[in-house]
Design a protein around this ligand. Sequence first.
Ligand code: TRP
Length: 461
Amino acid sequence: MSAPGGGRVDPDVRSRGHWSGRLGFVLAASGSAIGLGNIWKFPYMTGENGGSAFVLVYLACIAVVGLPVMMAEILLGRRAQRNPARAMATLAHEARASKHWRLVGIAGIVAGAIILSYYSVVAGWMLDYLVRASTGSFGNIGAQDATRAFDGLLADGLRLSLWHTLFMLMTMVVVARGVHRGLEAANRALMPALVAILVLLLGYGVVEGDMARAVSFMFDADFSKLTPGVILAAMGQAFFTLSIGMGAMMAYGSYLRRDVSIAQTACYVAAADTAFAILAGLAVFAIVFGHGMASAAGPGLVMHTLPIAFGNMPGGTVIGFLFFVLIVFAAWTSAISIAEPGVSWCAEQTRLTRAQASVVIGGIIWLVGIAVALSFNAWKDFRLFGLGLFDAFDYLASNVMLPLGGLMIVAFAGWVLSSAHAREELRCGDRLFALWRSTVRYVSPVVIVLIFLSLTGVMST
Ligand code: TRP
């Protein structure tokens, strides 16, 4: 086997597509990072975990763990030019390390299946609200009715399943078409439009909501609510929102051309993603406090609050409709990246074509997603680790599987991959390289392990 370096490329690598350039990659990677994690999950996690303590730990995790892991992941993907499982095996072979590193890729594919199964159900909520917004059903809605409307949706298993089915179809169609025609085209003009509506929502929050209280809730340092559980949740959120720890960025990196600086692009993506989450959080909490609603409402938080904003602002029917269209697009470009490692693995490791692999992998995830949709109603009493299926999946994937995957990725990039190879891929100055290398060797792994340990300490007392 030829080493995946220099100008030599083996045949199955040559047949894979590439992003058209740096912009194409930044758009695709931001499209992956920015999604329900920013607009839906970040606000509700912040509310549930006491506000500022969570936000500040989350920001710290992005800087010391998230960004270095993201660079490592893209780097490994680009160097190997293969799907995550094969990438780990190939690079391990190149470094004369154990071939079992492959398991990191496989575990990531499993984590992706778990995540997409419930991600698609939540995206289905957004599809439902897109229709409701467009028919003007949020007109002058109050806090109580908004809450009731969402409870009604959750109680309707068939409706949830149908929306989930539609969203899975949308996702798998794009994945089946492949990188260039499918993924990249879907990412182009949507992000700027989403920013514009987010700014509009912020404006509404300033005028009609309680923005001052939202700002102090999110940023006034108050560590009294800090517990090991909150810290773990913040780290999990950092992994989830950056799309790292399961090979999605590795898969995307594998379609990246060799001349692009990974250090720089990763910084852009992380910055855009973080800004998005903060803006969404501020908009949501301004509405929450302005209407005397509960900040700890859980996964339904944005479904309770946003209809109020759209129902009461001038032109709200149109703006609300556009907003949910854009959330669906943001979720779509993320979902595509969650499915990509599994599909590229299945297509490259079996005789199936990419389209057939999409049907197989998509079908499995769809089926699991149906169980998630029913866990809100018909199968409500089913418990996994004391949680409902939806919460259990989210906890397992975000707080356990992604950080563990990230730990293995930094361990590999810091200790197994040779320094020369890493430097060749990152393409940044000496100082920055030294900083990155020591971070992935010592800081990130130690932080991840400490956060896990702090939690077990709590569980045993
Ligand atoms: N980051 C996306 C969001 O915030 C979700 C996502 C896409 C993801 N790809 C991922 C999460 C890979 C974990 C792993 O909505």
